[in-house]
Write a protein of this length. Structure first.
Lengths: 244, 296
């Protein structure tokens, strides 16, 4: 569904990605793990068009999306829940969700319209905390609630592929558990996902396949179960043999 | 007492004109962080084009005042798009921090020169669509056109606010204002939103032009001072607050009419500028400006 070949990206003169290739097959959850500064968020930004790649090729459902602006990639069916949540603070939770469905609501939006009200209800069912706060301004939500809003907003696009960048960042442990529980439910619904996470153990537990990113290159990759048992991956990213 | 009332009423009408122009400054600042320093010229062009439709300057009149308004609004929107396309977009694209300042000022000067060549340098009267006999409100003589200024200005701002709150396109404009990158991820073409905000900005200025023209005179140089004072209003009220420009505009308008009468017309521009300096010293984000809190 999402295929990345030899992707390169740079911030000014500093090259961050030195040619990475990864593949997210339809209906699967693929996770990208690695330490801070390895290039995980840069990969996500280059895929969704927030950052123009300096080389390589990205295909979404067979369409070449390399270097397209973010709004055109969204129309082709990629939703990105970005690092730092980036909800629209001066607008209500409900408006944030409607904006997530922008490509379905507007002329020339290109995404099939479908049942937007129904999907909004489904999103609020999935995140009951958001239902209680649907008329509140998004800026007044707690960090955890904002994270859930960012995920729900991305789902409103009815994406072919969903990118989740650090959905657990800065959350209390109980909320981290809830977020992973929800990712599990989305997987059960058949949603194709690329997940970037600091909590490598939890990410590998929910994912089908994993890639380990080191200094802008893919160091190891394999089925998630295999990576969980890889001694090197355990030592570097899973807190020793103790794991989860 | 009657005189004071008179000054307040005139001040409010003048202030609402400032508010509409300042509203235009806000609209582009919100979406792109840039301003059109040719706002005064956009106002002047609006008034001149309006006069060409319903006055006799270019062989007219072709339409009456009311039919002319939508035509002027359309003209204003197109003129704003030209400013954005020629002056602002290249500066934003090249990540030039200040390029747009010079280019919008330059375009403003070009527009003024073009206007001087088409319509001449002399000020011209603008036919009033309403009776010119004043009506009495609270002991003050108010021109029907002054009432029209206040109603028209408020109506326009109300319509834009409704658009922003109720329609998905308006919500997209607000979203672009708060986080351009995130808005792009929603599938919103933020470049187009910026073009739209320039269209809206010049459209408001052109509308202000045809509102004020029947009260004052129309001429190629009418916009410069209005544009500058409206900029002061935008700073006083806060570049992010809709209510701020109305309050700021009325404050400045009243300050000018009262100073003009009680002190000297020679000093009428001073209190507004003193107010501007005070606001900049004490509350730089403007009287109603918000400092946003970022959650981590």
């Amino acid at each position: 569904m999402l295929e990345i070949h030899d992707l390169k990206a740079a911030y000014g003169q500093v090259q961050v990605l030195h040619g990475i290739s990864l593949n997210v097959p339809q209906g699967q959850v693929v996770t990208l793990i690695g330490s801070n500064g390895a290039g995980k968020t840069t990969t996500m930004r280059a895929v969704s068009g927030m950052l123009k790649p300096s080389g390589g090729r990205i295909e979404l459902g067979g369409k070449n999306i390399t270097g397209l602006p973010a709004h055109r990639i969204a129309k082709i069916g990629l939703a990105h829940s970005p690092e730092g949540r980036r909800v629209f603070p001066t607008q209500s939770v409900r408006d944030n969700l409607l904006l997530g469905a922008f490509t379905r609501l507007t002329l020339g939006g290109q995404r099939p319209r479908g049942d937007i009200q129904g999907d909004l209800e489904k999103a609020l069912d999935l995140f009951p905390r958001l239902r209680e706060r649907q008329h509140q301004l998004a800026g007044t939500l707690s960090g955890g609630e904002q994270q859930m809003l960012a995920m729900a907003r991305a789902l409103m696009l009815k994406p072919e592929v969903l990118l989740l960048d650090e959905p657990s960042m800065g959350l209390a442990p109980i909320l981290v558990e809830e977020v992973f529980h929800i990712i599990g439910r989305l997987k059960a619904q058949g949603i194709t996902m690329l997940l970037v996470e600091q909590f490598a153990a939890a990410a590998l537990a929910v994912a089908d396949y994993g890639y380990v990113l080191e200094n802008g290159r893919i160091a190891v990759h394999g089925p998630a179960a295999q990576l969980r048992n890889d001694p090197k991956v355990q030592a570097a990213y899973l807190g020793g043999a103790a794991g989860h | 007492m009657d005189i004071l009332m008179q000054l307040l009423m005139s001040g409010i009408a003048l202030g609402m004109i400032y508010a509409v122009i300042a509203f235009g400054y806000q609209s582009t600042f919100a979406t792109s962080g840039t301003l059109n320093f040719g706002q005064g010229e956009a106002l002047m062009l609006g008034a001149m084009v309006g006069l060409s439709f319903n006055g006799d300057v270019l062989g007219g009149p072709y339409t009456n005042y009311w039919l002319m308004i939508p035509l002027v609004l359309l003209f204003g929107a197109l003129q704003g798009m030209v400013v954005e396309f020629v002056g602002v977009r290249p500066a934003i694209k090249s990540k030039s921090e200040f390029g747009w300042i010079m280019s919008t000022i330059a375009l403003g000067i070009i527009f003024r020169n073009v206007a001087e060549n088409i319509w001449g340098r002399d000020d011209m009267p603008f036919p009033s669509p309403l009776p010119t006999a004043p009506i009495h409100i609270f002991g003050a003589n108010v021109l029907p056109m002054e009432l029209m200024v206040v109603v028209g200005a408020l109506l326009m701002m109300l319509l834009v606010e409704l658009f922003n709150r109720r329609s998905i396109y308006g919500k997209a404009v607000v979203a672009t204002s708060s986080d351009r990158d995130a808005a792009g991820l929603m599938g919103i073409n933020t470049g187009l939103v910026i073009t739209f905000s320039y269209a809206l900005s010049s459209m408001s200025a052109a509308f202000a032009g045809v509102l004020i023209a029947p009260i004052t005179l129309t001429g190629a140089s009418m916009g410069a001072v209005l544009g500058l004072k409206a900029f002061a209003v935008a700073i006083i009220g806060g570049l992010t607050s809709g209510l701020g420009v109305i309050v700021g505009g009325i404050l400045l308008g009243i300050a000018e009419t009262t100073t003009g009468f009680y002190l000297s017309t020679g000093y009428k521009d001073v209190p507004g500028l003193v107010l501007l300096l005070l606001v900049l010293a004490i509350k730089p984000s403007g009287l109603f400006g918000k400092t946003t809190i970022k959650k981590v």
